[in-house]
Design a protein around this ligand. Structure first.
Ligand code: GLA
Length: 384
């Protein structure tokens, strides 16, 4: 935890700690930037910043994970010589200022346990924790929804990843013991209890570096836009995929060339699956929920083409194990993690069987996380 190092470096006296969790997406993949629906949960891993506002306009952050200190001036935010991790708080500061907020400097120590680069939204978590720290230091009160959009803008404009809104929303608005349904067109959201006595959320990390993810992500975004532009010739009222149902899609799909027809089909059917999954969750029907997850993976693999060999191996192994409701890749794809819902009494067997199968087929050791849906970001006072 960063508190101890913070007080050692900066002395005792009033201070604060912000924390923001990573997320796992249960279902609704590559739908957020298409005005669709997603169902993530915040997880019990987070990024924490112990900090104290300063009288100047200097931000000094020490990362315990990178054992490195970054220092920047709020009046001169340049990415230039910054360590890569410092771009997240810097980006958030830049957007807050661009949106007219007066910030104060701060001194802080950062530490996290969200796995980095695994598709579990460590970057959104760092953005959210930074946003809460800058707001507390500058005595700025903003609704969580607005903060999420500020963090997304930081990621889009400052870090350079063209992501949707899911990760930042999940980190800032997630609730303990709940999944979060987000309508990414209207940005309305609602929580639904997730019953861990029925199913545990097991996340397996392929440990494959996600090299393609940036360029392929942008390519998929643009393919979805191109498909929508063609569909709009028939239905000019469509603003996004939000109101594009399966029936309407089928009526016009003949106009779409390959691969656009498959990209659009994934988004349309995935939106339907999210709505069905919410119903299943409400009636504690984990069997149906799991079947929807399986269908989601198949669609991401065949229609959207964002899976990879290692993800498919993990998913296929999982589906053979007793007590598994469903398994799919989670996050952007091309590596990263799978999410599997497993009956609690079979979790250990599941981990053992899939890990050894994965080792046998790939020579790789899968990362294993059993996550609990957790409370979204928060900030509080701390004492030495
Ligand atoms: C990444 C992005 C999200 C979302 C997912 C795919 O995690 O950051 O906005 O698009 O990919 O569902």
């Amino acid at each position: 935890m960063p508190e101890r190092e913070f007080f050692k470096r900066y002395g005792s006296g009033e201070a604060f700690r912000s924390r923001a969790p990573g997320r796992v997406n249960l279902i609704g993949e590559h739908t957020d930037y298409n005005g669709g629906f997603v169902l993530p949960a915040a997880v019990d891993r987070d990024i924490r910043i112990a900090f104290r506002p300063s009288e100047d306009r200097t931000v000094e952050l020490h990362s315990l994970d990178f054992n490195e200190t970054a220092r920047f001036e709020l009046s001169k935010l340049e990415r230039g010589a910054m360590p890569a991790w410092a771009r997240y708080p810097m980006g958030v500061a830049a957007v807050l200022q661009a949106e007219g907020f007066a910030l104060r400097g701060l001194r802080g120590v950062v530490k996290g346990d969200v796995p980095l680069g695994a598709g579990l939204s460590s970057s959104a978590a760092f953005e959210a924790a930074s946003a809460l720290a800058f707001c507390r230091a500058g005595e700025i009160e903003l609704p969580r929804e607005r903060l999420a959009r500020i963090c997304q803008r930081a990621e889009n404009e400052f870090v350079g990843a063209n992501c949707g809104i899911m990760d930042q929303y999940a980190s800032l608005l997630g609730r303990r013991a709940c999944a979060l349904l987000i309508d990414c067109e209207t940005l309305s959201h609602r929580t639904y209890p997730f019953n861990e006595t029925l199913a545990r959320i097991v996340v397996l990390d392929t440990r494959v570096k996600r090299t393609l993810v940036g360029s392929a992500y942008n390519q998929r975004r643009s393919e979805c836009e191109q498909a929508l532009a063609i569909l709009r010739r028939h239905a000019p009222e469509l603003k996004s995929y939000h109101d594009l149902g399966v029936a309407m899609f089928k009526a016009f799909a003949h106009d779409l060339p390959e691969p656009l027809v498959r990209r659009a089909r994934h988004v349309v059917t995935e939106n339907g699956r999210v709505k069905e999954a919410v119903k299943a969750l409400q009636s504690w029907n984990m069997v149906t929920f799991g079947a929807l997850m399986d269908a989601s993976h198949d669609s991401l693999k065949n229609d959207f083409e964002v899976s990879c060999r290692e993800l498919d191996i993990l998913v296929n192994l999982a589906r053979e194990v007793r007590g598994v409701y469903g398994s799919r890749m989670t996050g952007a794809g091309f590596g990263g993690c799978t999410v599997t819902l497993v009956e609690p009494k079979h979790v250990e067997e599941f981990i053992r069987t899939v890990s050894s199968g994965y080792r046998a087929q790939t020579g790789l050791e899968a990362g294993v996380h059993v996550f609990t849906p957790s409370e979204g970001a928060s900030v509080e006072s701390i004492r030495p």
